[in-house]
Design a binder for this molecule. Sequence first.
Ligand SMILES: Nc1ncnc2c1ncn2[C@@H]1O[C@H](COP(=O)(O)OP(=O)(O)O)[C@@H](O)[C@H]1O
Ligand SMILES: O=P(O)(O)OC[C@H](O)CO
Length: 495
Amino acid sequence: MPAVVAAIDQGTTSTRCLLFDHDARIVAMEQLEHRQYLPRPGWVEHDPAEIWSNTRTVLAGAVARAECRPGDVAAIGITNQRETTVVWDRTTGEPIAPAIVWQDTRTQSICDDLAVDGGVGRYRERVGLPLATYFAGPKVRWLLEHVDGARARAEAGELLMGTIDSWLVWNLSGGLHVTDATNASRTMLMDLDTLDWAPDIAADLGIPVAMLPQIRSSSEVYAQVRERGPLAGVPIAGILGDQQAATFGQACLQRGEAKNTYGTGNFLLLNTGTERVLSQNGLLTTVCYALPGQPPVYALEGSIAVTGSLVQWLRDNLGLIESAPEVETLAASVEDNGGAYFVPAFSGLFAPHWRPDARGAIVGLTRYVNRGHLARAALEATAFQTREVIEAMNADAAVDLRSLKVDGGMVGNELLMQFQADLLDVPVVRPVVTETTALGAAYAAGLAVGFWSSTEEIRANWAADREWRPAMGAAQREELYARWKKAVTRTLDWV
Ligand SMILES: Nc1ncnc2c1ncn2[C@@H]1O[C@H](COP(=O)(O)OP(=O)(O)O)[C@@H](O)[C@H]1O
Ligand SMILES: O=P(O)(O)OC[C@H](O)CO
């Protein structure tokens, strides 16, 4: 039997390749960061060629590190930053422009125009999403409107669009143009019931359906790797958007199970089973995963744009810390936030507010406030935003969350995890394998080729590593949260 499954985790800041054995242990890992292009306020771009080149490098690196020979890798799964959009030439494979990243807000005027008849909720019932710059559809329209000749080429069938999963499969396979239902559910163009493109919405956005990839399940053999070497012919057999992959990797396979990923942003997903719950409280309805021959499983999602990236901002823009983990030391140098609240509405506010007019603010400042208080306020912002999302989930789905499974780069931060448990008044639990995103993609691919036999094996592989228990009194908890809510109101109606 082949020894490992490979997962490519193409994230906002870096690309990783992890090899997992049958017990879900990490056998090898390679990682490369890519450049963030910020050409104007609100714009965020990636170079698709760099992403593809980094993907090849980390794949080759991980396989070499584990000394894999042909036949050792059973399958490859792909997981990706979602919504980030590439448009490329069908014949040459050349992107027509840089990829527009999910955080980019340049499409606000497109969203405003689309909102005219029916407002932000216009498409919510069909596609589960509010009209927002976050999603891929408006990004495609922007490219067709602003890149010379793009609209005519798209209408002539010369251009293809894809989220990053499609871009990678197209390159790995030598020309297959597919996506999976979880990624398609982030475009604003997929009907959540049929899991097929909604031609009327594509027409509203001026996007020819012919440039869209075919929507497939999250776990099936799509193609084989074209290149020579130890990966030649290996089946590409799993695709999941990164937050859905983390949900899968955390074994949230039953209705009512939820995970929260603390990375560049925070993404809390609640498995709602085969029922698609339409949010009345600013959450997204999205496909959680779609296994072949089974009805799709849906999720409610609270997407928070800025959490870990606020720590990066403290490091890169203010020079307050030299590395991300240092924020904990600085925050622990003080007892509390000193009265300071930091609302990082850098791209407006995402869930549950969806307020593009908001901008970041630090409020409650007095001369007493020092660097430690600011570091603490920055960490607390992540926990406060998570509580807002959980309150919205409670209102929508009446969930009775008994504990919260967590993962992502920030969960090494003990101070944050304890504050999160305090603020939610439920235990916060970190699994042994925190690389749940890559693991979820590996599971999807491994299930498709029989490396794992069923989702029961996934559940059996999950184990807790560390738990933080709530220790804060109710009065203090509610007072802090009330202050936070007041701080949020100060950021609104700014632009
Ligand atoms: N110890 C830490 N405390 C707080 N934030 C951290 C810590 N370690 C990493 N981070 C933040 O976590 C993020 C990286 O997490 P990761 O899950 O790798 O992100 P992504 O998948 O979104 O690229 C960065 O934004 C970084 O600032
Ligand atoms: O790359 P990450 O982990 O920040 O995830 C980005 C999300 O997929 C955006 O929706």
